[in-house]
Design a protein. Structure first.
Ligand code: F6P
Length: 342
């Protein structure tokens, strides 16, 4: 069997570990051949490939990014996109595709599976917002990077009696903010699921200063103020999947807090630092097991599924279970962080 592999969407520490596991097990246990498709769905759409075998996967386990490249190409937004993909898979003699990606990449995989393409999905996102799996790889690395940043910001904030606002990734879900905020001892955590009241935020900032400690706010990039606050936060630009480009909530908040409380405030945007570099041991372990599970599904001819972590087991679930609805932070989970606010 000849198997194509692609990685789509925002990159994520652990992608290379998945690719390595898929190829190693595929070659050694099943005698499969592989071809790498470059840059997400752009590869099969435009027929852009690279050789992929055990040699190409040597040394990549601890490396961030993806040797296959990535993009946010949406073939359903391109004329004849689906037919072009089918034609290019036929030209390459590809019998099955392993698609490693988040809601958008696996959303495309879900639709292609319905249209008869043999696809197995591997869920990836630092945001951890895919349903059907307890965790996605990349999340643990991002949380560790954010937590280390928060630890460092505590000491400089204390020294200068400043407010420090840390903006972390998380477009629709506040998992990175919640986990790093709890782990780093944040004074306030703001997430997309819970629109915030700027007056309440400022009251908590003042309360924190009363304890002689400086406030650290951890804010998801997708956090929004409650209606009527007059704070605008989006650029208006959208990508091929219709997502508005976010960013700027950290700066806006720091300015607003400084104006309203008189306390000197600074914003730190962690941005793509959270996505780059070497994966944690947990992410390497999870990504490797996802890769082994995915090639197992291909070998069984079990298509239209994605691998998922349930407890400590790797299971297969229908692709739609991962992409149908985003996994967001519940009010109960948010309440655990609120105990430490102020
Ligand atoms: O989906 C993963 C993610 O890292 C989000 O947290 C973030 O909003 C987005 O990607 C940023 O994407 P880009 O690579 O286009 O800047």
């Amino acid at each position: 069997m000849r198997v194509g592999v692609l990685t789509g969407g925002g990159d994520c520490p652990g992608l290379n570990a998945v690719i390595r596991a898929v190829v190693r097990k595929g070659v050694k246990e099943h005698g499969f051949e592989f071809v790498g498709f470059r840059d997400g769905w752009k590869g099969p759409l435009e027929g852009i490939t690279m050789p992929l075998g055990i040699a190409e996967c040597r040394g990549i386990l601890p490396r961030g990014g993806t040797i296959l490249g990535s993009s946010r190409t949406n073939p359903f937004k391109v004329d004849d996109g689906v037919q072009r993909i089918k034609d290019n898979l036929a030209v390459e003699g590809v019998d099955a595709l392993v698609a490693i990606g988040g809601e958008d990449t696996l959303g495309v995989a879900t639709k292609l599976a319905d249209l008869g393409v043999n696809v197995v999905g591997v869920p990836k996102t630092i945001d951890n917002d895919l349903s059907g799996t307890d965790f996605t790889f990349g999340f643990d690395t991002a949380v560790n990077i954010a937590t280390e940043a928060i630890d460092r910001l505590h000491t400089t904030a204390e020294s200068h009696h400043r407010v420090l606002v840390v903006e972390v990734m998380g477009r629709h879900a506040g998992w990175i903010a919640l986990h790093s905020g709890i782990a780093g001892g944040a004074s306030i955590v703001l997430i997309p699921e819970q629109p915030f009241d700027i007056d309440e935020v400022c009251a908590l900032v003042k309360k924190r200063f009363e304890s002689s400690f400086a406030p650290i706010l951890v804010v998801s990039e997708g956090a929004v103020p409650k209606d009527g606050s007059g704070m605008t936060l989006q650029s208006g630009e959208v990508d091929a999947f219709g997502h508005v480009r976010l960013g700027g909530i950290g700066d806006r908040l720091a300015k607003e807090i400084e104006q309203r409380t008189g306390a000197e405030s600074r914003a730190v945007v962690l941005g793509h630092v959270q996505r780059g570099g070497t994966p944690t041991a947990f992410d390497r372990w999870l990504a490797t097991r996802f890769g082994l599970g995915a090639i197992g599904a291909v070998a069984d001819g079990d298509f239209g599924v994605m691998v998922a972590l349930r407890g400590k087991d790797i299971v297969r679930v229908p692709l739609i279970e991962g992409t149908g609805e985003l996994k967001v932070v519940s009010p109960e989970e948010y309440a655990e962080a609120q105990v430490f606010f102020g």
